[in-house]
Write a protein that binds this ligand. Sequence first.
Ligand SMILES: O=P(O)(O)OC[C@H]1O[C@H](OP(=O)(O)OP(=O)(O)O)[C@H](O)[C@@H]1O
Ligand SMILES: O=c1cc[nH]c(=O)[nH]1
Ligand SMILES: [Mg+2]
Length: 210
Amino acid sequence: MRVHVADHPLITHKLTVLRDKNTPSPTFRALAEELVTLLAYEATRGVRTTEVTIQTPVAETTGLAISDPKPLVVPILRAGLGMLEGMVKLVPTAEVGFLGMVRNEETLQPDIYAERLPDDLSNRQCFVLDPMLATGGSLIAAIDYLFDRGAVDVTAVCLLGAPEGLAAVEKATEGREVTIVLGALDEKLNEVGYIVPGLGDAGDRLYGTV
Ligand SMILES: O=P(O)(O)OC[C@H]1O[C@H](OP(=O)(O)OP(=O)(O)O)[C@H](O)[C@@H]1O
Ligand SMILES: O=c1cc[nH]c(=O)[nH]1
Ligand SMILES: [Mg+2]
């Protein structure tokens, strides 16, 4: 598994405002979107491309075009939806599929409650969007789901991760083509499975649930 943790003052600045409990939902949403666009730059480093020949007004030249089948972007509902616009801004030709997942806050086990994905993901490059990688249970379930459908490589973009969750994903996806791009790797999980220092419940903060 490849892991990339962002190291850029602009990303840290935006994450600091995002973490602040006094930041209201509209600002939180705007920042989540901006952060994804910045992280997507790194996450798409391995996007598959094909050489193409084009004609500029001056000369013929070769360049690159994103290959077919186009990448599939999969936001994990609910919180991952807050990252979708930021990602498709950078890759506007990507196809978008949806996975609805919720973590049982007592057992911390994930449950898939909705799915709208292409049936056949064979030979597909997938980009999963979820702001929080806590125990890793949700991300492992999402990655398994995509590989079971035939995906060949999965890159997850998360705003924050916990070391425990990252280790769990690494163990569960051994031998598979998986990349994790994080805005920051936090200190730990607390006793109820929240990331410390984290930002609280990303879904609640995005959508104003109290
Ligand atoms: O790594 P884990 O321990 O599985 O936790 C992370 C999951 O928890 C949050 O979703 P949540 O279940 O709160 O759903 P929501 O997006 O609807 O709020 C988050 O967006 C992840 O999907
Ligand atoms: O810290 C956490 C952990 C799981 N889900 C969240 O939204 N936040
Ligand atoms: Mg939530």
